[in-house]
Design a protein around this ligand. Structure first.
Ligand code: ADP
Ligand code: MG
Ligand code: MG
Length: 898
């Protein structure tokens, strides 16, 4: 029989798949002896069974009843017992943390009778009625489907009528009145009364939390975070403890280290006389955790001890939710906490120094995406001017955009291509679409642990929160600063999430410290510049150490895609071990276009040879400069790839010009007429499947020879200059070994010529791109003629799926993502099942023919973390990516090897 329910004492962290992160960690803390209110967890399996059938899984309720009975026995009172009620919370919690995206219902067990009992035993009528009205509000909206805004509306109305500014000033009588109003509201809206039976409350709450797995915002969050849709949520049922029982009670959130910078020490927010939800919702402004030391030194000391226990146990940054009930500390949640990129690197380095984790574990704890984030530019401090406001630096980075005041407007403007900053008093889970659409989030309320901060950090989005001096009026769509400046919707703002400042207008950007470090090539040279603060030096040091570790353990080499000497030099500073793709097409543009045009249009061999001869020295210069920048390292030069008509003028323009001339009665320009004829001759309906790549080499006489001669002569020049040129010649778009053979013979003939003429040995390995399914499937044959393979995964993805990558990514890709055909675009992360299978086949069959075959990849995927991990396991020798992704690829190649 399947088991659907686990007591906290029966589970543990290893059961996170079944109990969800929250439930598993509550169980783990219980086992560690931390003060956790008792409870039990309904598994994700129960949720999946419920979602599959829409009904309660058989036997579930019997198990729940048994566990509830045990909870009641331990507490010495029953759920909702009229004179002294046991109350419970019903909490969602999936395998992966989805902060605030699903439902949690507190104070289950209250009804018209037990509210009186609670008032009596707690000695506070106000507290009892406040708890009851919270239950009605949460249950009414979550379980019974009443619009949450209606409850807020009634609350605001009552405060208006009573002339009370703040919730905390509502008395017991007001709250009892509100309870009546809420009960009637629920009845008016649904035709049903709020259930008075505690067991029914519990049951319906549990099923509603299960159902919230498929709520709109939970689905949106999962898509954004690439969390699978079929995991389901666990449900935790836990005895309530109360932080809202007066000044010696309260709730807070604490981190073992600062999640923004990684600095050690307890860190967090506290709110006296409040329940946990008030802290996270950011409805009242919290005080720093250190205040608690003054308010309740005993609880503070215990809290510090528990934080130490947790960090030692989890061997990582932990965050917790805690509640103090009349001087007694309770821990309500813990998890390995989300953190900024900066904190991730800093913490990994610190924990390795403290010998809490090994250097390899330190490497595993940081990611290429985080490194990429640290490479983003910062605001130029000398150009910021006076800030409009200061707030909490909740999620770092620099972002510029137009102020918008609600989620819908953010989404609308972003869809139109505008960059926006979402400004709110505080955010709720309903603001998620707007947060995704925005460049940055700015709130006037809430601390580093508010919803806005936690979600923004998780998404790597810039966030400044708790900018209290701003008065935000979302209805009027503007905010006002203390000096009376009014900022209307659409005004451009610059938001500095690292410093917590907001500036008017668009502040110019400068390189980040990590970028300056990478540009300088090593730590010493970076430090010589000496213009950096301690925090920047700390981050750079942590990054340098992670990269050094990655370089020490990785098997994959990392090369760069570069076709100018400048890019080659930068790539080298960034740690590239060569060029994996040097495209030659850009060398045919600009002023040289005329020569290319002449070559294409040549009406005789002599004309063509003249054009080619003019191109030769130019190409030779290009190659010489690049080989110089990469001296001693391999440079893989790809022969011309795109269809020739790309180098001719646009067909429509020409046709229009010719027709216009005719309409005026003029004779068309003879050059135009000639061009138009050529363009028409070469026009292809599907140029990406047409005359390009190796096919050009076979059809355009002299083209391959010219390019190869330029390469060979560049090698000679560099050799004579005392360099070590390592050019490799790569043939694109081969589908059959015969194509390669024909080209290779020509390559070798030309290189032999060059070598003989110069009296300098010239050897360049000749290889091919694998970018057609047929090439992958016949790789064993192709390897007979190829000395290396390089997967062109962009074209290979295009040709495997039959997607035109120039047309596809707009419309139907978003439908495909929505409908789950793929979780991420196959042009972004390699499609392992399909394209990856071709890669594996080609690797196996290529190496079977030629065991020393060098194999790399040079598509966009070479710099994508998930794809890099695949290429490592597929046994490739190197990945090649754009220079800026080289550090990311180094790091991920290291992590893949762990
Ligand atoms: P989320 O996943 O959105 O953080 P939680 O399940 O953690 O949702 O609950 C929301 C809030 O309710 C938290 O701040 C938590 O502290 C509070 N809470 C949950 N269960 C209890 C409980 N048994 N006693 C007191 N407060 C609780
Ligand atoms: Mg929580
Ligand atoms: Mg290609």
């Amino acid at each position: 029989m399947v088991r659907y329910v686990y007591d906290f004492t029966q589970g543990g962290r290893d059961l996170a798949g079944l109990l969800g992160g929250k439930g598993a960690n509550l169980a783990e803390m219980t086992r560690l002896g931390l003060p956790v209110p008792p409870g039990f967890v309904l598994t994700t399996e129960a949720c999946r069974a419920f979602l599959a059938t829409g009904g309660e899984p058989a036997g579930l309720w019997r198990e729940v009843s048994d566990h509830l009975a045990a909870l009641e026995a331990a507490a010495g009172r029953r759920l909702g017992q009229p004179d002294d009620p046991l109350l419970v919370s019903v909490r969602s919690g999936a395998r992966f943390s989805m902060p605030g995206m699903m439902e949690t219902i507190l104070d289950i067990g209250l009804n018209d009778d037990s509210v009186l009992g609670l008032a009596k035993v707690s000695g506070s009528e106000r507290f009892a009625w406040d708890s009851y009205r919270r239950l009605l509000q949460m249950f009414g909206s979550t379980v019974m489907g009443v619009d949450a805004a209606l409850f807020e509306g009634e609350l605001a109305l009552l405060k208006d009528v009573r002339g009370i500014p703040d919730d905390v000033h509502l008395g017991a009588a007001d709250l009892a009145r509100l309870v009546e109003i809420y009960k009637n509201l629920i009845h008016d809206e649904t035709g049903d009364w709020f259930p008075q039976c505690p067991a029914e409350q519990l049951r319906r709450a549990v099923l509603a939390v299960f159902a919230s797995w498929n709520g709109q915002r939970a689905r949106l969050y999962r898509r954004r975070e690439h969390i699978p849709d079929d995991l389901g949520t666990a449900v935790t049922v836990q005895r309530m403890v109360f932080g809202n029982l007066g000044p010696d009670s309260g709730s807070g959130v604490a981190f073992t280290r600062d999640p923004a910078t990684g600095r050690p020490g307890p860190y967090g927010d506290y709110l006296a006389d409040a329940q946990g939800e008030d802290v996270v919702a950011g409805v009242r402004n919290t005080v720093p955790l250190t205040e608690l030391e003054r308010l309740d030194p005993g609880s503070y000391a215990l809290l510090r001890e528990h934080l130490r226990t947790l960090e030692r146990h989890y061997r990582d940054l932990c965050d917790i939710e805690f509640t103090i009930e009349r001087g007694t500390l309770w821990i309500l949640q813990t998890r390995v906490g989300k953190r900024t990129a900066e904190a991730a690197f800093a913490i990994a380095a610190q924990l390795a120094d403290e010998r809490v984790i090994t250097p390899d574990e330190g490497l595993a704890r940081v990611s290429g995406e985080e490194l990429a984030r640290l490479m983003f530019p910062r605001f130029d401090a000398s150009a910021t001017g006076a800030p409009l406001a200061h707030g909490v630096p909740a999620s770092p980075g620099a972002a510029v955009g137009a102020a918008v005041f609600d989620s819908a407007e953010a989404v609308r403007r972003a869809a139109a291509g505008e960059r926006v900053v979402l400004v709110r008093q505080e955010t709720t889970p309903d603001d998620l679409p707007g947060m995704i659409a925005a460049q940055a989030v700015l709130t006037s309320r809430g601390g580093k642990t508010s919803h806005a901060a936690v979600v923004a950090r998780g998404m790597g989005k810039v966030c400044v929160c708790g900018a209290e001096e701003l008065s935000v009026d979302v209805r009027a769509r503007r905010f006002t600063t203390p000096d009376g400046t009014v900022v209307e919707e659409g005004t451009v703002l610059s938001v500095d999430g690292s410093a917590g400042a907001v500036y008017p207008g668009s502040v110019p950007l400068v390189d980040s410290a990590v970028m300056r470090f990478l540009e300088s090539g090593d730590t010493d040279r970076f430090l010589e510049n000496g213009d950096t603060d301690e925090r920047a030096v700390g981050v750079v040091d942590a990054v340098a150490r992670a990269l050094a570790r990655a370089d020490a353990v990785r098997r994959l080499e990392v090369r760069a895609n570069a076709d100018t000497p400048e890019d080659a030099a930068r790539a080298r500073r960034f740690g590239a071990q060569g060029i994996g793709l040097c495209r030659t097409e850009h060398m045919f543009l600009g002023e040289r276009r005329q020569l290319v045009e002449d070559m294409i249009l040549a009406s005789s061999d002599t004309e063509r040879e003249r054009a080619l001869a003019a191109l030769l020295p130019l190409q030779r210069q290009d190659f010489t400069a690049i080989l110089k920048a990469m001296d001693g390292l391999p440079v893989t030069i790809r022969l011309l790839d795109p269809p020739l008509h790309e180098f001719l003028p646009d067909r429509t323009d020409l046709a229009v010009r010719t027709a216009a001339a005719e309409a005026r009665g003029d004779l068309p320009d003879p050059h135009d007429a000639e061009l138009l004829a050529a363009v028409n001759r070469m026009h292809e309906e599907n140029p990406m499947l047409g005359l390009r790549g190796v096919r050009l080499g076979l059809l355009v006489p002299g083209l391959v020879a010219m390019q190869v001669r330029a390469i060979g002569e560049a090698v000679v020049e560099r050799t004579r200059a005392g360099g070590t040129p390592r050019a490799e010649i790569m043939v694109p778009l081969v589908g059959d070994v015969r194509e390669l053979l024909i080209v290779r013979e020509e390559v070798e003939r030309v290189l032999a010529d060059v070598s003989a003429a110069a009296g300098v040995p010239v050897t360049c390995p000749v290889g091919t791109m694998i970018e057609l399914p047929r090439a992958a499937l016949t790789a064993g044959r192709i390897a007979e003629e190829a000395q290396f393979f390089s997967f062109g995964t962009n074209d290979l993805t295009q040709t495997t799926w039959g997607f035109s990558r120039d047309d596809v990514e707009a419309e139907f890709f978003s439908a495909y993502l929505d409908r789950g055909v793929f979780p991420v675009s196959p042009f972004e992360t390699l499609d392992i099942d399909g394209v990856g299978r071709l890669v594996r086949i080609a690797v196996a069959e290529g190496r079977a023919t030629r065991p020393d075959l060098t194999i790399g990849v040079c598509g966009e995927h070479g710099g994508d973390p998930d794809s890099v991990h695949f290429f490592h396991t597929a046994g490739l020798d190197y990945v090649s990516c754009s220079p800026f992704r080289v550090p990311v690829a180094r790091l991920e190649a290291g992590r893949a090897a762990l």
